[in-house]
Unconditional design. Structure first.
Length: 233
């Protein structure tokens, strides 16, 4: 059975389930939500893999740009002692994940595995970014309003990218959904204002590094989907 045939079968099943749901919910406030779900599914189902990967790459590029901009904002008024207190990069909670170090290594990894790595990294930042978002407005930093706004934008974009990668996963039709678990146990950035600022900066630097990896993986996937030669990626 071809991929297009499997896609058509999935679509027909989805339509049947939606019709059942609509019959049960018609006349209620759920009807509108179900209608939106139908439209969203049909729209995404009609978008090709190349376009989905293009949009995902644009979002990942924006994430990396935002994290770089946030880092520059923090650096504008960062205490010298903060450099001494900053944990090493190996302390990032995602450092245990085995990932390719450069594009050449990434090009050798199967598409479904590369997508799983990107999704695993993205999933690992759900809780840390929620913490950063909750702490940004109270940082002891003159640019805290800007930092707060950009951090919330970062969180919104990572949620959008996560949803987009789910669509890519479904479109690729991978038989496995092997996501690595990278738990984040920290619930506070610290008690004093300097510790909180340093730990905020550290977490952000970890995310900036990982966002670059996610962006690189998605660009390799986009390149492969477009059937480009490896040296063109």
């Amino acid at each position: 059975m071809t991929e297009s045939s499997r896609e058509e079968i999935r679509l027909q099943r989805f339509k049947r389930e939606i019709k059942k749901t609509v019959k049960m919910t018609q006349g209620s406030r759920l009807y509108f939500a179900v209608s939106v779900l139908i439209c969203s599914f049909l729209y995404i189902n009609g978008v090709g893999l190349n376009d989905l990967l293009e949009r995902a790459s644009q979002l990942s590029d924006k994430l990396h740009s935002l994290s770089t901009s946030l880092t520059n904002d923090l650096d504008s008024h960062f205490p010298p002692v903060g450099r001494v207190m900053m944990p090493r990069p190996s302390m990032c909670h995602t450092s245990s994940l085995q990932i390719p170090n450069d594009k050449d290594q990434a090009l050798k990894i199967p598409e479904d595995e590369l997508l799983s790595l990107a999704r695993s990294l993205l999933l690992a930042w759900s809780d840390p970014l929620a913490l950063l978002s909750s702490e940004a407005s109270s940082l002891a930093h003159p640019e805290r309003n800007t930092i707060d706004s950009k951090t919330k934008e970062l969180q919104d974009n990572i949620n959008s990218l996560g949803a987009g990668l789910e669509h890519v996963f479904q479109k690729m039709g991978s038989s496995s959904d092997n996501l690595s678990s990278l738990p984040f146990y920290t619930s506070s950035l610290g008690q004093d204002k300097t510790s909180r600022l340093v730990n905020f900066h550290f977490l952000l630097s970890c995310f900036r590094r990982d966002s670059h990896k996610i962006d690189s993986f998605l660009k390799v996937l986009r390149c492969r989907a477009a059937k480009k030669r490896p040296e063109m990626c």
